[in-house]
Ligand binder design. Structure first.
Ligand code: SF4
Length: 556
């Protein structure tokens, strides 16, 4: 830790990333267990908890575990909460798609111990394949969502999320975004919460979603939603979750969420007339405050990070002729992150003064690349040679190489241009199967070991059942390379047994060394696998060099 950071910390203050503030709040709230799957920008929440649990005396402090995927993580957290322990589950926004089944259904359970779902969205898609907004999931599930605007709020709101969860016996979602998750400032901590006894549910029927029970529980959820709205409208204002400031005579009202509050405050000095302002930090949004704002202004500008959910909601509840503008009307860009400049433009302010360049600044392009020495480089080289060598085989529309999510997605770029698709975790194998079923030949699915364990096993089961004419190339580097080289949930030695267990024929499952010295052997194995009529699996194994470096330092 730098001297500067150390000097700024006091006994109750820590300099924390937004992600670390969430993790620390969970610990201080009496966390029993945390589960997650690595994914930018949420990874540092679990990293903080894992560092802490490694330092703790065995049996003391919260347990933290990486899981096979977000669904298994969610279910583990749910089980911990069922056993009466406060639980945290951590994922990035697209991970919530994977965990959507238990997430949606857990809203119907009668939670008696806090369950907080920390989800980090990635507006601007710095490291993601879409810009989906997790607030929409919270609304669909009928669970509260808290949206911090600062690292301090990330801490305070996560602690409040556990309290809300236990008060209303529901999961509570804490929505982070990249810029908040990955920036650091001093955060004031509160004393830890007292321990609570771990008890099993008093009424197991409220945890057994048979249709008759589920219908009864759904009614409870709908009634609970009204109670949560009333509570947040009253207590949320007192707790500064949502804040309304009406300025008599103001024509403009501004609604902010999350980081947009900071951008608005930064721009205020440039405005001749201060607008009325409602900051929304908790959902369901405070409808009464929105109506009061609308009744006092002519125009409402909605500044929200993500999709125009609040903007649409506002139009739906207003009966007065107030103009609502935001991302949907073009007052702000529909995509990407909000910035101080886009917010200034929406407020009608001129661009901030900036230095003009006397000469055009031309920087050399630097596309993202696999690390020098990365084993994927050798695997892609071998795959390219193998596909080139099977020219003589009967082809139909191919070759097609479906890809997946990990460092190896960079194989789609020059110089390799080895991958033709990347959609979601595990999709490479299912898509390859569909393409092979449609008659394309040859078809190769390229998937990393962690992604295979996350979502690739089930589609391999499908392909094995039908002996689909395709090849699965598992790039086994023993790590979740893209998110910081975390350990995978199962060691390399278990990949081949897993492939055989789901039905891959032993003669068609080969492990090769993904080493430059073994390039010819790897090429030959891949060529034979591709030429085989039916399902074949090649596991190209060599450790991620970043993981090896961490392992040698004792950090992996
Ligand atoms: S982090 Fe590991 S897997 Fe990712 S590019 Fe670097 S060496 Fe390859």
């Amino acid at each position: 830790m730098s001297n500067l950071i150390a000097a700024r910390e006091t006994s109750t203050q820590r300099v924390l990333l937004g992600d670390e503030a969430v993790a620390q709040a969970a610990v201080d709230a009496g966390l029993s267990a945390a589960y997650g799957y690595p994914g930018t920008p949420s990874t540092e929440i679990m990293e903080h908890l894992l560092r802490r649990s490694r330092r703790a005396t065995p049996g003391e402090g919260p347990l933290a575990r990486w899981c096979a995927n977000e669904k298994t993580a969610y279910e583990s957290a749910l089980g911990a909460a069922m056993a009466g322990g406060r639980a945290l589950v951590v994922m990035k926004h697209v991970g919530l798609n994977v965990a959507a089944d238990p997430f949606m259904n857990s809203a119907l359970l009668d939670l008696h111990a806090g369950l907080v779902v920390a989800v980090a969205d990635d507006p601007g898609m710095h490291s993601s394949q879409n810009e989906q907004d997790s607030r929409a999931y919270a609304e669909m599930a009928h669970v509260p969502c808290l949206e911090p605007a600062t690292q301090q709020e990330a801490y305070d709101m996560t602690r409040r999320a556990f309290e809300l969860s236990e008060r209303f016996r529901t999961p509570v979602l804490v929505r982070m975004v990249t810029r908040l998750a990955h920036s650091r400032t001093a955060v004031t901590l509160r004393p830890p919460a007292p321990e609570r006894p771990h008890l099993l549910p008093a009424d197991p029927t409220a945890w057994t979603l048979l249709p008759a029970n589920a219908r009864r529980r759904w009614r409870v959820v709908l009634d609970r939603q009204r109670a949560i709205e009333r509570y947040l409208a009253k207590e949320g204002a007192e707790a500064d979750l949502s804040m309304l400031t009406l300025r008599p005579g103001a024509d403009l009202g501004v609604v902010t969420t999350g980081l947009a509050r900071g951008y608005l405050l930064e721009a205020l000095n440039g405005l001749e007339e201060r607008p009325s302002h409602l900051h929304v930090g908790a959902y369901p949004a405070p409808e009464e405050a929105l109506r009061r704002l609308a009744a006092s202004v002519d125009t409402i500008l909605v500044l929200e990070e993500g999709q125009p959910l609040l903007e649409r909601r506002l139009r739906g509840i207003l009966t007065t002729a107030v103009e609502v503008i935001g991302r949907e009307t073009g007052a702000l860009p529909q995509d990407g992150e909000l910035t101080p400049d886009t917010v200034r433009a929406a407020l009608g302010l001129a661009e901030r003064p900036h230095a003009e360049l006397t000469e055009p600044l031309v920087l050399p392009g630097r596309p993202p690349q696999l690390c020098t020495g990365c084993p994927h480089r050798d695997s892609f080289t071998a795959l390219d040679r193998a596909l080139g060598a099977v020219d003589g085989m009967e082809q139909s529309g191919g070759p097609l190489v479906t890809g997946d999510i990990g460092c190896y997605t960079l194989g789609a770029l020059p110089p390799f241009r080895a991958i033709d698709s990347c959609v979601c975790m595990g999709a490479s194998i299912g898509m390859a199967r569909g393409a092979a079923d449609a008659g394309v030949r040859p078809v190769v699915a390229v998937i990393g070991d962690s992604t295979f364990l996350h979502s690739g096993i089930q589609p391999l089961l499908d392909a094995a059942t039908d002996d689909t004419d395709m090849t699965v190339l598992i790039l086994d580097n023993g790590a979740v390379g893209m998110t910081g080289a975390q350990d995978t949930v199962a060691p390399s030695s278990r990949l081949e047994p897993i492939a055989l267990a789901v039905g891959v024929h032993p003669d068609c499952c080969v492990v090769v060394d993904a080493h430059p010295r073994k390039l010819d052997q790897m090429t030959e194995v891949l060529q034979q696998a591709i030429e085989h009529r039916g399902l074949s699996v090649v596991i190209a194994a060599r450790e991620c060099i970043e993981h090896a470096r961490l392992r040698k330092r004792g950090a992996a």
